[in-house]
Write a protein that binds this ligand. Structure first.
Ligand SMILES: Nc1ncnc2c1ncn2[C@@H]1O[C@H](COP(=O)(O)OP(=O)(O)O)[C@@H](O)[C@H]1O
Ligand SMILES: [Mg+2]
Length: 267
């Protein structure tokens, strides 16, 4: 990925309204150029103000995630897992340090650049599904194309395909309240994947599901990872979920450490 002309880094669009600072990848989006890792975090610190207190959610995190890796992140509540996922997901910037997605410095990017990165390169799945209750399953999936760059017919066709790919082709017209928890999470997975992102970030994706449904959703995420060459990062409390990953990280007190490799390489 190259920087666009017109700025020192080409990325900080806070003061400009030019064309997208993160152009669509012209090559396979799942492989960063020249063996660049998908993510490179350098000395990343994130603090929040809580009233008069300052809380350190991430403390000097150094982390590389190669393109195509499946990573599980575990650790106690309040350890910084969701904060880390927000940094990876271009939802927020660190207080200090750098977060690179491929060659792009998300920590120095403006809001438009972060929005573009999220829309084109990153899919999200959350514990609470985060579906819009008044929209049908198909309409929920279509919301992934929020930037309007994809024509309506194509949005519809791809959303229908995505729902079929998660086994919900016959539920396209159902609203979330008419679906089970597992089915709602399948809709959320379809929404996350319909734009064909390079990265899928999941924050406790099975936390609200029973064990059988948990395993179904994990099968789905793992199949997507294998088949699409995704970089998949899953935050989980559940060791049976984490064991399925190629790499396991433990995050506590804002600091990351590696857990022994236990998982299975992509076949
Ligand atoms: N938006 C926020 N405002 C203030 N404090 C926050 C915010 N988000 C997270 N925190 C604090 O940062 C720390 C890490 O939180 P979080 O990343 O949610 O941890 P985890 O996901 O591992 O439970 C906690 O102390 C939490 O209270
Ligand atoms: Mg969390």
């Amino acid at each position: 990925m190259t920087a666009v002309p017109g700025g020192a880094t080409g990325l900080d669009d806070r003061s400009r309204a030019s064309s997208s600072p993160f152009p669509s990848p012209t090559t396979d989006p799942t492989t960063a150029p020249g063996g660049t890792p998908m993510y490179t975090l350098t000395d990343v610190t994130k603090t929040y103000r809580q009233g008069t207190r300052t809380v350190t959610a991430l403390s000097g995190v150094d982390l590389e995630i190669p393109a195509g890796q499946m990573v599980a992140i575990q650790g106690p509540t309040g350890g910084g897992k969701s904060t880390l996922l927000q940094m990876l997901g271009a939802l927020d910037r660190p207080t200090s340090g750098t977060v690179r997605l491929g060659d792009d410095d998300l920590s120095a990017a403006g809001d438009r650049a972060l929005t573009a990165a999220r829309a084109r390169r990153i899919g999200f799945v959350f514990q609470g599904f985060n579906l819009i209750p008044t929209l049908t399953a198909a309409e929920n999936v279509e919301t992934a194309f929020a930037d309007g760059s994809v024509p309506r017919d194509e949005r519809r066709r791809r959303s229908a395909e995505a729902l079929a790919s998660v086994g919900l082709g016959d539920r396209a017209d159902h609203r979330p309240a008419e679906l089970s928890g597992g089915q709602q999470q399948r809709v959320a997975v379809a929404r996350a994947l319909v734009t064909e992102p390079a990265v899928l970030l999941a924050d406790e994706p099975t936390g609200a599901l029973d064990e059988a449904t948990r395993d179904e959703i994990m099968d789905l995420l793992e199949a997507a990872w294998r088949e699409r060459g995704l970089t998949l990062v899953i935050v989980t409390h559940d060791s049976s979920v984490a064991r399925r990953a190629e790499r396991r990280l433990h995050l506590e007190d804002g600091q990351v450490r590696e857990v022994e490799a236990a998982g299975q390489p992509r076949g």
